[in-house]
Structure formats: C-alpha cells, structure tokens
Design a protein around this ligand. Structure first.
Ligand SMILES: [Ca+2]
Ligand SMILES: [Ca+2]
Ligand SMILES: [Ca+2]
Length: 300
C-alpha cells in the first residue's frame, strides 16, 4: 500500500467518523423549549395545506405548549384552525376538524403503542369524527385514520412530498417530518383519531385571559396563528414520565408532535413499595456487613 492510498483511506475514515458524529446530533428543536414553565414545540409555519395554498392557510398549525402544576396539566395550541373545524360538505360531519391529541408514554413508536392499546388520548374538538362519545381524557386508546373521509392525505410521505414540492418545509414540531415514530407510507396510515378508549377524566377549556395569566406566549416564537386553544385536565388521569404527544388535522393537512414529561402528580407521594423493599434490602446487607465486621474484629 503506497502513502497516497493510505492517506486516501485515512481521509475516507475521517469523513465517515465525522458523518457518524453529525448523524448522532439531535434534530433541530428536539430539546425542550421552556418559557414561564411552558414547554413549547414550534412547528413549521409553511407546511399547512389548504387546497393549493401551502403555508399560512386555514390548516396551518404553529405550535403546541404544555405546562403542569402538582396536579394539573395545561395544553395550549396555536393554529389557524378553529375548534369548529373547516366547513366542507364533502367531509364527514360537514367539517374537517382537529383529530384527537395522543399521548404515548411507552417509549415505543406510535403504531406499536397503538397495537398494544397503551396510548392515551384527549378528544378536545366536539365536532370531530372521534370514535369516543364525548370530549375528555381516555386511556387504553386505539387509534384510527379519518383522512379518507375528510378529503385528506393517504400517508405522511404524500403530505411531505406535496409540501416540499410547493416550496414549503414539512415538520412535525419536535420530530422531523420523516421521523420513523410515525408510519410514513401505505394506504390511509395516518392514525389521527381515537377509535376506542376508556374515559378517565374531563377537560376544562381555558380562556385567553387565563392562558395569559399562566404565562403562555406563543408570539415570542412568531407563532401567530389566529386561534389559541387551551384546556386543562387532572394529571391523575395519566401516568408520569416522558411522553410524545401529537395531533393531526382530520385531513392530515398539518400535524405537530411534542416531546415532554409529567412529574408524578403528588410531590409528597410515598416511595413505591419496590423502592421500600430495595431500601430495606440495602439496610439488611449493610447490617450483615457490619455484623460480619464485628465478628471478624472479635476473632482477630
Ligand atoms: Ca405548521
Ligand atoms: Ca370531519
Ligand atoms: Ca407540521
């Protein structure tokens, strides 16, 4: 092997290592964006599809934010889509509305969590095509697609391709548009609506004044959609820990996901039994060790 060949190999390796490091860097905006206790996921402002208009139309979603106290979770959405939905006689129930808001604490991708029935969901749009009867918080949720009956996209790849071809930038809030968390291809694979679930709590809508008093401020991120929708629910309806939450339009004309976490609902909560057992076991071992040392000390 001559020096030139060696040098080429060396450079090729360096580039490969460099690329591997770059690939390990998190995608833009995956880190929590915190302000006044709210965690924001800001979406692309140019990926809402409204007929031929890409960006800024009736289906543009700008952001979602989450805040919590010891017992209450607050959700806020900034968007151009009203809670009444977009009137369309061709759409199921006469409007293309928000789908439902999903929470996934399982660490699995959306389809796997859905297959396991481990999703949680919130129906917040009364006029949408949710499979559950009333607004509220649901556990043991399974999800369905309602894009076909709402003049929507067949799959996410189709949405991403249409947006990019018209000069828009598709994104999924805290996730990249092509993140494998969601199925990208196939027929009617955008699961955007609750099919079934068990009701475990109610939601309470929050006025703009209440949201302001809670320190919500989408405008600091230039998220200036015409609608700001807010609601709260009791955290006892959901687990604590890290989650990915997301919602789509019923037509999948825009969508946002946020990565966040809930603290345990009561900060004074006693340790789990397993923790106590572990602690006693630890004391036991320490005690035995001390006893052995004593005995050893006496013998020697
Ligand atoms: Ca958007
Ligand atoms: Ca509908
Ligand atoms: Ca989006």
């Amino acid at each position: 092997m001559n020096a030139t060949t060696q040098n080429t190999i060396h450079r090729t390796c360096s580039v490969a290592v460099f690329c591997a490091i770059i690939a390990l860097q998190p995608q833009k905006a995956t880190a929590a964006t915190l302000s006044n206790g709210w965690n924001y996921a800001i979406d692309s402002f140019s990926d809402g599809v409204t007929g031929p208009q890409i960006g800024g139309g009736a289906f543009e979603f700008y952001g979602i934010a989450v805040k919590e106290t010891s017992d209450t979770a607050f959700i806020a959405i900034n968007s151009n889509l009203s809670l009444a939905g977009y009137a369309d006689t061709a759409a199921l129930r006469g409007n293309i509305n928000y789908g439902d808001l999903f929470f996934n604490f399982s660490g699995q991708n959306f389809n796997t969590a859905n297959a396991n029935g481990s999703l949680f969901g919130i129906r917040f749009a009364e006029g949408n095509d949710s499979g559950v009867a009333t607004t509220g918080v649901y556990s043991n949720v399974t999800a369905k697609s309602v894009t076909k009956t709402n003049s929507g996209f067949t799959n996410l790849n189709q949405f991403n391709t249409v947006v990019a071809s018209q000069g828009g930038t598709p994104s999924m809030g805290d996730l990249a548009a092509t993140d494998p968390y969601f199925e990208q291809t196939g027929n009617w694979t955008v699961l955007n609506s609750i099919a079934a679930g068990k009701k475990v709590g109610e939601i309470n809508f929050l006025t703009p004044a209440t949201l302001n008093a809670l320190g919500l401020n989408f405008a600091q991120f230039n998220a200036v959609g015409s609608q700001t929708i807010g609601f709260s629910f009791n955290k006892s309806a959901m687990p604590s820990g890290s989650y990915i939450a997301n919602f789509f339009a019923e037509c999948a004309n825009d969508a946002i996901a946020i990565k966040s976490s809930f603290e345990a609902s009561s900060p004074e909560a006693v340790p789990e039994p397993a923790t106590w057992l572990g602690t006693f076991a630890g004391f036991g071992i320490l005690g035995m060790g001390a006893a052995k040392r004593k005995i050893k000390g006496k013998i020697s």
